[in-house]
Design a protein around this ligand. Sequence first.
Ligand SMILES: N[C@@H](CCC(=O)N[C@@H](CS)C(=O)NCC(=O)O)C(=O)O
Length: 218
Amino acid sequence: MSLTMHLHPLASFCWKPLIAFYENGTPFAAVIVDLGDEQSRSAFLRISPTGKMPALRDDARDHTVLESTIVIEYLAAHYPGPVDLVPPDIDLALAVRQADRFYDFYVQAPMQKIVADRLRPQGKTDPFGVEEARAQLRNAYSIIEQEMQSKTWATGEAFTMADCAAAPALFYANKVEPLGDKYPAVRRYHDRLLQRPSVARVIEEAQPYFKFFPYNNG
Ligand SMILES: N[C@@H](CCC(=O)N[C@@H](CS)C(=O)NCC(=O)O)C(=O)O
C-alpha cells in the first residue's frame, strides 16, 4: 500500500480527504497523530512542518501532499475512482473549488475559532472574537440556505470535493452554533451529508474521540 494518511480521527480537516478515500474505495494506511506526544509530534513535524493535518505520504511516487484540498486534488489526479470528486469540465471544477474554499474559509475557520476558544487557558479567551465568529457562521448559513434551495449536493446533482469540505464543516458548525429551524435547506443538506455512507463512516470512526471535543455537552 503506497498511500499513508497522517491524521487525527476527530480533526475536521482530516475528514475531508477521508471522505474522498471512502467515496472511491481507495486503499490507504492511517497513522494517528498525537500532537500531545513528543515522539508522534516530532515525527509529524518532519512531514508537515506547520504541524497541521492532514498530510498524505505517497511512497510509490515519493511525494508528500499537504492541505486537505490538495490531498483530494492529488487523489483525483493520480488515484481516480468512480466518483469524480473534481470534475473534468473546467467550469464545473472551478465551481467545486469555489465551494470548497467557501466551506473552508467561511464555515470551518469560524467554527475552529469558537472551538479553540474553549480550549484556551482561563483569562486568555476572546469573547469578542467568538461573537464575530458566530456572526460569520450565521452569515454563511444564510448564504448556504439560498444556495441549497434546489440542489442535492454543494454544486448540483453530483457529490464532489465541495461536499467532502461541507460535511465536516457543517457537522461541527452545527455543534457550536446550532442551525435550529431558521435554515431548513441547510438542515436538509446537513442531514443528507450525514446519511452519505462515506460521511457516516468518518463520524463512526471519530466516536471514541468525541469525548475530547469541548462542545460535546453543549
Ligand atoms: N488548511 C489546512 C487546515 C488544517 C488544520 O487546521 N488542521 C487542524 C486539524 S482540523 C490541525 O492540524 N490542528 C492542529 C494544530 O493547529 O495544532 C488544511 O486544509 O489541511
